[in-house]
Design a protein around this ligand. Structure first.
Ligand SMILES: Cc1ncc(COP(=O)(O)O)c(C=O)c1O
Length: 380
């Protein structure tokens, strides 16, 4: 069964006499029992933090999306990243983290985990099997993200996971970019795949939500236990919206993927542009790796402009009409940011010009192109 078929049918109530198509929401903190002895059972939910039927449905969707053996839901994508890390790391450990990781995940390790006695070392996202040279006796986790946040490097997941397996080191991949539709890190050997469902999966820029999907039952148990210790819970209303997002995910994603591809191709023909950072563009340095491991693209890509002043870059962005100026992506609306103020890299050197990131929404792509064209023409 194709994923869009599965997401149209998963977790639907059995029709009876006029049954609603969608499952209901149960809001609860306290759960009541007829028998006192049930309060201490471990084989059933005893408190609201343990979830509800809607949470179970969303977990099934994530397991179906990635072919996972278990999913833990979290209140944001960042908390999904930190949950995966905390499920593995302990005082005295050494973690290897791609230099292209999402910024707040980087700062969680640098500024919080370091204080708990966990050392984080950044590596070149293009390191591949050479990661072997960085492994230490106490390395417990390798963190990947592909494409990298802002700079869009593609990582060699099978090569890195192959090395990790030899040394019994856990691996995780932030898979937010692909929504799980064009990349399956678990099938390529990763232990945990992370999603910010805030983006495409909820799809309307009104929900914060995340998930850690695990390759095996053992890993899933570890993550579930850690989630319980941390007390992460998600509201059933938000879970409902995420389930609703899954119903239409594939259709929305495919249109946004096509629009981004077309806009990226158009931008790569423009004189104002130094380089388009979308792995589907043939001159992207990791295009071959992307073709090998991905089945498609996504809505988000970067553009390095020819050298321009910060003022010109800001004037260009302010001139756009259909691209909202804001963080995140994957909603129905197009967004744009300038990236240089937040770029923090040890590898890869200085970029040849200012970096802008576009996230395509569901507007008509010709309107998007016309919008970018008028802003470029006005400012440059
Ligand atoms: C790759 C990636 N991972 C994680 C996150 C964090 O997700 P959230 O905003 O849901 O906390 C983001 C948000 O932009 C992201 O781009």
């Amino acid at each position: 069964m194709k994923k869009e078929t599965e997401f149209a049918h998963i977790a639907r109530p059995k029709p009876d006499k006029g049954t609603a198509v969608n499952p209901g929401i149960t809001r609860a903190s306290t759960l009541l029992f007829e028998q006192a002895q049930n309060l201490y059972r471990t084989d059933m939910r005893t408190y609201g933090r343990h979830g509800s039927a809607i949470h179970d449905a969303v977990e099934s969707c994530f397991n179906a999306l990635e072919g996972g053996e278990g999913t833990s839901l979290t209140p944001s994508g960042l908390s999904a990243c930190t949950l995966a890390i905390l499920s593995v790391a302990k005082a005295g450990d050494h973690i290897l983290m791609t230099d292209s990781v999402y910024g707040p995940t980087r700062y969680f390790c640098q500024k919080f985990l370091a204080g708990m006695g966990v050392e984080t070392e950044h590596y070149d996202p293009r390191i591949g099997a050479n990661i072997k040279g960085l492994i230490r006796r106490n390395t417990s986790l390798i963190i990947m993200e592909t494409p990298g946040s802002l700079t869009f490097e593609i990582q060699d997941i099978p090569a890195i996971c192959g090395v990790a397996r030899t040394y019994d080191i856990a691996t995780m991949v932030d898979n937010t970019w692909s929504a799980g539709l064009t990349l399956n890190p678990l099938a390529l050997g990763a232990d945990m795949s992370i999603h910010s469902a805030t983006k495409y999966i909820s799809g309307h820029s009104d929900i914060m939500f995340g998930a850690v999907v695990s390759r095996t039952g053992n890993i899933a148990d570890k993550v579930t236990r850690t989630r319980k210790y941390l007390g992460y819970a998600t509201s059933p209303d938000d879970a409902y919206q995420v389930l609703r997002g899954f119903r239409t995910l594939n259709t929305r994603f495919r249109q946004q993927e096509r629009s981004a591809q077309k806009l990226a191709e158009w931008l790569s023909t423009r004189n104002e542009v130094e380089q388009v950072l979308h792995p589907s563009v043939p001159d992207h340095p990791d295009h071959a790796l992307w073709r090998r491991d991905f089945t498609g693209g996504a809505c988000l890509f970067g553009v390095i402009l020819k050298p321009r002043s910060q003022g010109q870059v800001i004037a260009f962005i302010n001139r756009l009409r259909y691209f909202g100026i804001g963080y995140s992506y994957g909603g129905y609306e197009s967004v744009v940011i300038h990236c240089d103020p937040q770029l923090d890299r040890r590898f890869g050197g200085k970029l040849p010009g200012p970096l802008i990131r576009f996230g395509c929404g569901l507007e008509n792509v010709n309107d998007m192109i016309a919008d970018v064209e008028q802003a470029l023409g006005h400012v440059f």
